[in-house]
Design a binder for this molecule. Structure first.
Ligand SMILES: Cc1cc2nc3c(=O)[nH]c(=O)nc-3n(C[C@H](O)[C@H](O)[C@H](O)COP(=O)(O)OP(=O)(O)OC[C@H]3O[C@@H](n4cnc5c(N)ncnc54)[C@H](O)[C@@H]3O)c2cc1C
Length: 398
């Protein structure tokens, strides 16, 4: 059977969902097909954030139910155990971003550290993701980034505190052998994120990659950065952990660049982004003796490319070196079939308060609404599985 046929086996893809869950997933994806409804839902969600409009249950029973694993850590762990039965791992994501207060930053650090410790003890092999903006304020990152680029000193008590928080997360992760993925966010903060993650990788990735940076391949400078990272990590003798994504903030990047009258940092076309993403896969997998890669994508062609390269470069330890990840609630056909085929496949698994998850949910609703043909394919796969189950139960009742 071809890789593509394997990846489209809907029986494996939805085995973890009950028929009721399948039908409600179908209904919600059908809603996301309608741009007007998505706009209304996004506005309702923004209203909850701005004006405390009591629409929590609307969000909780629709997009939250599909894209998040629960409101607390116990619910998330129940999902991790369920995924494990289907050979799928989890990247636990405590939803917190664009935070503002010092107390919240240290609370978030405590939560992430506690999650790492619990994963290490109860669910080894699973990972966490961390957003820098859950650990410090965006404006502060902006200033740090400017200082970094203009050669000004970064030294301040606040910067030291940030580094202490990041280091605490990474050192506990290294002791617990729990991989940490640092997410990429807006481009204006990325240089300082790169610098901090490189320091952590040099410190904690001496024997294997525990700490990963994220590279948004829609950014025109990322292939250059990737080559730099591969060379620098070789010189400094550490294993680079590289999570490849296309990037989730293209519209915002373009809008901000236009408003500031500068060139957009994002490639002008999807084809150029695809080319950069696939080149990055090739560069990383070719160097598989040193490089640990996570292909975080819903794109079937890129997934097949990685599978071909695993064969071509005889990457026998691919379970350790090449990981595949999709967002919870999306492209189950890739994740569950990759898991079934013996690859290291995971779901990015957000959990947390509905209100805190709203920016994440708006991104997912808009992303799904804008991917047109892919959403139609997703609906077709769901419909096929719903019908297959109906036919099966009719046959069984005859
Ligand atoms: C496990 C996981 C973790 C993720 N973590 C992050 C993260 O840390 N940071 C982050 O930013 N995103 C993250 N994402 C989201 C990701 O960046 C993409 O938005 C999303 O996965 C869609 O890209 P794709 O590779 O699945 O493929 P596709 O659906 O084939 O590609 C869609 C993407 O192509 C790019 N694109 C589309 N049109 C154009 C155009 N006209 N010009 C240029 N580029 C275009 C955009 O990046 C768009 O999102 C993550 C995704 C996954 C699955």
């Amino acid at each position: 059977m071809s890789a593509s046929a394997h990846l489209n086996n809907t029986l494996n893809a939805y085995r973890y969902k009950s028929s009721k869950e399948l039908r409600s997933t179908y209904f919600i994806f059908k809603m996301l097909k309608n741009p007007l409804l998505v706009r209304l839902l996004s506005e309702a969600a923004s209203g909850i954030l701005k004006y405390n409009i009591p629409l929590k249950s609307l969000i909780k029973n629709t997009v939250f139910k599909i894209f998040c694993s629960g409101e607390n850590i116990n619910e998330a762990f129940a999902t991790i155990k369920k995924l494990d039965k289907f050979k799928v791992k989890a990247v636990l994501d405590y939803v917190a971003e664009s935070e503002k207060s010092a107390n919240v930053f240290s609370e978030n650090t405590k939560v992430i550290v506690a999650n790492i410790l619990r994963l290490g003890k109860e669910a080894p092999g699973n990972s966490v993701s961390v957003k820098f903006t859950s650990l410090e304020d965006m404006e502060f990152f902006k200033t740090l980034n400017k200082f970094l680029l203009t050669g000004k000193s970064l030294g301040s008590e606040r910067y030291s505190n940030l580094l202490r928080r990041v280091d605490e997360i990474c050192s506990v992760a290294a002791e617990s052998k729990v991989v940490v993925y640092f997410d990429a966010e807006d481009r204006f903060m990325q240089d300082i994120f790169d610098k901090i993650v490189e320091v952590m990788m040099e410190k904690y990735n001496k024997e294997e990659a525990i700490i990963y940076n994220t590279l948004q391949m829609y950014l025109t400078d990322r292939l250059y950065y990737l080559r730099h990272l591969l060379e620098d990590s070789a010189n400094k003798s550490y294993y680079p952990g590289i999570k490849l994504v296309r990037g989730a903030y293209a519209e915002k990047e373009r809008y901000t660049a236009a408003a500031e009258r500068r060139e957009s940092p994002v490639y002008a076309t999807k084809d150029l982004t695809d080319e950069a993403f696939n080149t990055a896969i090739e560069l990383c997998l070719r160097d598989h003796h040193r490089v640990y890669t996570c292909i975080a994508s819903h794109n079937e062609k890129s997934t097949e490319l990685a599978l071909n390269l695993i064969n071509r470069y005889h990457i026998t330890d691919h379970f350790k070196k090449v990981k595949f990840s999709q967002l919870y609630g999306m492209r189950d056909n890739l994740t569950f079939n990759l898991g079934e085929m013996g690859y290291n496949a995971s779901k990015y698994l957000p959990y947390g308060e509905v209100k805190k998850a709203i920016p994440y949910l708006i991104r997912r609703a808009e992303e799904n609404s804008s991917i047109g043909p892919q959403l139609i394919e997703e609906l077709t796969r769901l419909e096929n599985e719903i019908n297959r189950r109906k036919t099966q139960s009719k046959t069984e009742n005859v």
